[in-house]
Design a protein around this ligand. Structure first.
Ligand code: SAM
Length: 285
C-alpha cells in the first residue's frame, strides 16, 4: 500500500488486523514478564480520516465508521472501539490509530516496541509521533531485513521471552509477496521460536490461497491459526474481497476469543455473501 497514491486506513482489513493485534497484546500482557513487539511495516502510526485522500476512497466509511455505528457487543471489538476513543481523545475526532499506535497503547512501561517503515515520508511522520515515548524505537528500513537484524529481541541486558512480530506488507508484489512473507516467517521463527507472529494477507479468491495455507502449516511453529474475514463473496479475482491474519504460536484458545469477534465484524461490515472463518492450519501437540 502506498499512501501517496491510495488510502485504505480504516477499511475492513484494518479492522480485522487491529482487533486481532489488540487481542494478542492483551494475551501477552496478562503475564508480568516484559514483552517485545516488532512491527515490520508500521506505516505512519496515526492517520486522519478527514483528509482529502481518505475522503476520496471512502473506505473507512464501510469499515471503521460502520463498526463504530453498529458497536457490536463482542469483548474484542469493544476493546478496539475503546482504543479508538482513547486515540480520538488524544488526537482529535478524525484520528485513526495505526498498528504502532495500538501497540504503544496496549503494551506497558516494561515492554519495548520496534516499528519499521521503508517510505521516507511515512517513516519521518512515524518517528515524530513516537519521539517522546522511550519504549518505542522507529527505524526507516526494510521490515523483512529487520527480522534478521532485530530478532531475537534484546534491550541492553534485557532479553524477551514473550512478544509479537506483526508483518503487514503492502502486497504490491501480489502473489510473490506471500512467498517473501513465508520466508520471513521461517527466518523469524528460527531466530525467535517462542515469539508470536502475525501476517496480514489480502484475499481476492480464497481458493487461490490453498498453497499458501499449506505452506503456513509446514512452518516450524507450534501452531498456525488463520482468521479470515470476507466482506463479500470471493467470486471476483479483481478486487480485495476480504483479508486474513495468519497467526503462528497464537495464545492458547485464541480461536475462542476471535471466532465471535469475526462473526461480529462479518455482520457489521459484510455485504451479501460475507463470511468469516477461524481455522487451525496446525494445532499445538
Ligand atoms: N501496519 C500499518 C497499520 O496497521 O497501521 C499499516 C502498514 S501499510 C499496510 C504498509 C506499509 O509498509 C506502508 O506504509 C509502506 O510504505 C510500507 N512498506 C512497503 N514496503 C516496505 C518494506 N519493505 N519494509 C518496511 N515498510 C515497507
Amino acid at each position: 500500500m502506498n499512501y501517496r497514491h491510495a488510502f485504505h486506513a480504516g477499511n475492513h482489513a484494518d479492522v480485522l488486523k487491529h482487533v486481532t493485534v489488540l487481542a494478542l497484546c492483551d494475551a501477552l500482557t496478562a503475564k508480568p514478564a516484559p514483552c517485545f513487539a516488532l512491527d515490520t511495516h508500521g506505516g505512519r502510526g496515526l492517520y486522519k480520516l478527514d483528509g482529502e485522500a481518505a475522503q476520496k476512497t471512502g473506505e473507512a466509511q464501510d469499515g471503521i465508521a460502520r463498526l463504530i455505528a453498529e458497536a457490536p457487543r463482542d469483548p474484542a471489538i469493544q476493546r478496539y472501539l475503546a482504543a479508538i476513543r482513547a486515540c480520538r481523545l488524544q488526537h482529535g475526532a478524525h484520528a485513526y490509530p495505526g498498528s504502532p499506535w495500538l501497540l504503544a497503547h496496549a503494551l506497558r512501561e516494561q515492554d519495548r516496541i520496534a516499528a519499521c517503515e521503508l517510505h521516507p515520508e511515512e517513516a519521518h511522520v512515524l518517528r515524530d509521533h513516537f519521539a517522546a515515548d522511550a519504549r518505542i524505537a522507529t527505524h526507516q528500513r526494510d521490515g523483512y531485513a529487520a527480522i534478521k537484524a532485530l530478532l531475537p529481541p534484546k534491550h541492553g541486558a534485557l532479553k524477551f521471552a514473550r512478544g509479537l512480530v506483526l508483518i503487514d506488507p503492502p502486497f504490491e508484489a501480489q502473489l510473490a509477496e506471500f512467498d517473501t512473507a513465508l520466508a520471513a516467517l521461517r527466518e523469524g521463527l528460527t531466530r525467535w521460536p517462542q515469539g508470536m507472529f502475525a501476517l496480514w494477507y489480502p484475499i481476492k479468491q480464497g481458493r487461490a490461497l490453498q498453497p499458501f495455507r499449506r505452506a503456513a502449516a509446514a512452518l516450524p511453529a507450534k501452531s498456525a491459526l488463520a482468521l479470515e474475514l470476507l466482506v463479500r463473496a470471493d467470486d471476483s479475482p479483481l478486487r480485495m474481497n476480504g483479508s486474513g491474519m495468519l497467526l503462528l504460536n497464537a495464545p492458547w484458545q485464541f480461536d475462542a476469543v476471535m471466532h465471535p469477534a469475526l462473526a461480529a465484524m462479518r455482520d457489521a461490515l459484510g455485504e451479501a455473501g460475507a463470511s468469516a472463518r477461524t481455522d487451525w492450519l496446525k494445532r499445538s501437540a
